[in-house]
Design a protein around this ligand. Sequence first.
Ligand SMILES: C[S@@+](CC[C@H](N)C(=O)[O-])C[C@H]1O[C@@H](n2cnc3c(N)ncnc32)[C@H](O)[C@@H]1O
Length: 371
Amino acid sequence: MINKVLQKMEYLLGFINIPSRSRHELIGNLKLPCATKLNGCEAKIDKYGRLWSQCLKKGFPVGTELEIVRNEEGYHIFTVNTKENLASFEMKQKDKARFFGSYMGENVKASIIKPYFQAGSICIFNEDILKIEDIGNNSIDLIVTSPPYNVDIKYESYDDKIPYDKYLQFSEKWLTKCYNLAKDDGRLCLNIPLDKNKGGQQSVCADLTTIAKNVGWKYHATIIWNEQNISRRTAWGSWLSASAPFVIAPVEVIVVLYKKRWKKTSGSRKSDITRDEFLEWTNAVWNFNGESKSRIGHPSPFPIELPRRCIKLFSFVGDVVLDPFLGSGTTLLACLETDRKGIGIEIDENYCKLALKRLKEYGIEQRKLLV
Ligand SMILES: C[S@@+](CC[C@H](N)C(=O)[O-])C[C@H]1O[C@@H](n2cnc3c(N)ncnc32)[C@H](O)[C@@H]1O
């Protein structure tokens, strides 16, 4: 492992001049020029000992301090200064190399490695799911997520009260993006309301399921999540009158979709679900309470039981799980608990901060991290 500060020409042209003092360690007796890999991308080392890759071109700003590691898969680079102070999470160098080799190399592209937080197998991007380019296509085993519902929830950055047609257009875009990110046997557990009354009645579940199918997802099942909370009810339409009563189902759903094949062949093939869990959870009416907004400090968190069940039922140990609308980080807590690799994307920095705080409280530092 060597450190090096990126120079202007390296930034512009897309190479790293391996310092002569480090050539023995990083090049050794390789016959130059030669082809290699850099964080999983095509790369080459020219006869002068310069490491070239398209993914380096304008990838990191001039002056970035990089660490360069070589292993049997090729080369791996890391930025030394990340946005968040990770002092307490700093991984041992060998873990870093293994992590990036086996995980980031495949799942997170080299060009823009700038996660808000990353330790072991858990990674948070403070990004817009529609814009993020850091995650490789065909790399995700399972997506578990609860997107904004467009019911005027007061998020910090996202406007949750847009015209319904615009909301559906947004849904189509992120469902397409996630489709591309999923492996061929990848799955999507989509937690949405069955319907909505606020701001006009809409068949949210039917509409989003149709859009998901139109962009390529295949339908598997719908799980009814009975939140067992009917006290929230305030709107009656016309009280004790047939003139315009509101009929409201106090449930949400988890629509289960898959990309190309339902049968999962990729991954460790190791399941950790117990007999009782399997018997209970394959009955598609789930009964458990919702999560308290004030306890978590986010306007719409789901309880950890939701991602926990989806993860154990629909993925293998060690799989890569993505939540493109991470919110307070609940899906990543479930990943930690179940030994899955977790990637979360959240547009709002304050929620990223909250997710990180919850991960720390959950004991991310003490836990054995998958590498
Ligand atoms: C329903 S909440 C998710 C809550 C989460 N399941 C939890 O347990 O905390 C939706 C989240 O998506 C975020 N968001 C909205 N638009 C986004 C986008 N384009 N990309 C990434 N995150 C987005 C919001 O800031 C909000 O935190």
